[in-house]
Design a protein around this ligand. Structure first.
Ligand code: 2NL
Length: 356
């Protein structure tokens, strides 16, 4: 029992003072009000009895009262502090502060998006404009204007996806289909604007192909076209070689092999030194040391005539490449289907983190 005060009315409060360290948070605040409260606190009430006491007793009683008040305050504050410490201890129990935080996902550009942006950027530096066009086309824009013979196997149902719908009135020719290359946009560009023409056309194209490690039924293409007076095969070779040096590296070797496309004459395929083995031969380049990256050629006279340009005055060159395929070559990806999945373990290795 705490030390008596010498006054029975004050001593009557000592058991309550002694009980303060056993109070809970709610009881503690109630007790503070009950003892020290300005309106109804018992010590406040005792203070009011001071005036009624004999004069000689007032000073000593007042001092005892004050001492008891201070003891209550100290006890109440000490208990409040102990309860708060206990609350904090319980709050952090079960929280392992040594556990590593969760890493935030950082978005990354898709490898194909990155390849398309870089290719388009390189040609934009050279003064090429970017054009786009419809993915649903007619046979005329997709094939016939491009000098495909009407019985060409590419026009077969087995190779091209046709729509069960009629073309809008006034559109040149034939059935509706999903474009198999971006060339129809070049046809539309040459019909719309007079030379000089310098455009690159990125977009999705569609073929009736089963998906496997190297084929997709829907994939990206970028084509480029330059038409003007006095354009020659030298312009084609110089521009595409510059492109390879910008896109791969300034030391990358290139070669052109003769090829055939209905819409170009002469036609060629451009190879770059294998980016994985740098020419010595590896499984990725099938031991040849070279990778084919694009097809190209001088725009066929018949194509120029089909878009009302005089081949005696104008010449042009064009190329086409597949960004999905280029992404495989550049990053050494073994299966094109990896480019369609959302597997972050794959995408994080080639994406530019934080890019949009
Ligand atoms: C390839 C090669 C090529 C073109 C596309 C083109 C377009 C017009 C006129 C002439 Cl309008 N040519 N485009 C030329 C050569 C090759 O693509 O490997 N494609 C998958």
């Amino acid at each position: 029992m705490p030390e008596p005060t010498g006054y029975p009315d004050l001593d009557a409060l000592l058991p309550r003072l002694e009980a303060v360290p056993t109070l809970g948070a709610d009881g503690l605040e109630a007790e503070r009000t009950a003892v020290l409260g300005r309106k109804s606190g018992v010590l406040t009430a005792a203070l009011k009895t001071l005036a009624a006491r004999p004069v000689e007793e007032r000073k000593a009683y007042g001092a005892a009262l004050n001492r008891l008040k201070v003891r209550f305050e100290l006890a109440l504050d000490a208990r409040a502090e102990a309860l708060e410490a206990e609350r904090r201890r319980q709050e952090s129990a079960g929280v392992d502060l040594t556990m590593p935080g969760r890493r935030r996902w950082v978005g990354a550009e898709h490898p194909v998006t990155r390849v398309v942006d870089e290719i388009v950027g390189i040609f934009r530096e050279l003064g090429f404009a970017v054009a786009t066009g419809p993915e649903v086309e007619t046979e005329w824009y997709n094939f016939l204007a491009l000098n495909f013979p009407a019985d060409h196997p590419a026009m077969d149902m087995h190779d091209t996806l046709y729509l069960d719908a009629e073309p809008a009135a006034g559109e040149p020719g034939g059935r509706l289909l999903l474009r198999t290359h971006t060339s129809p946009v070049q046809i539309r560009t040459m019909l719309a604007v007079p030379p000089p023409v310098r455009v690159v056309i990125p977009g999705m194209v569609y073929r009736n192909d089963a998906m496997d490690a190297s084929h997709l039924p829907a994939f990206s293409q970028i084509e480029g076209l330059a038409v003007d007076e006095g354009i020659s095969f030298v312009d084609l070779k110089a521009t595409l070689t510059h492109f390879a040096h910008r896109f791969f590296s300034p030391e990358t070797k290139t070669r052109f092999r003769p090829s055939f496309f209905p819409f170009t004459e002469p036609s060629a395929e451009m190879d770059v030194e294998c980016q994985l083995c740098h020419g010595s031969g590896c499984p990725a380049c099938k031991g040849t040391g070279w990778m084919e990256i694009l097809g190209c050629g001088m725009v066929h006279e018949v194509v120029l005539e089909n878009v009302n340009l005089d081949p005696a005055r104008y010449t042009g060159w064009a190329f086409g490449m597949g960004p999905h395929r280029i992404a495989l070559l550049r990053y050494g990806v073994p299966d094109i289907r990896l480019l369609l999945g959302g597997d972050m373990r794959f995408l994080e290795q080639v994406g530019r983190p934080g890019a949009t």
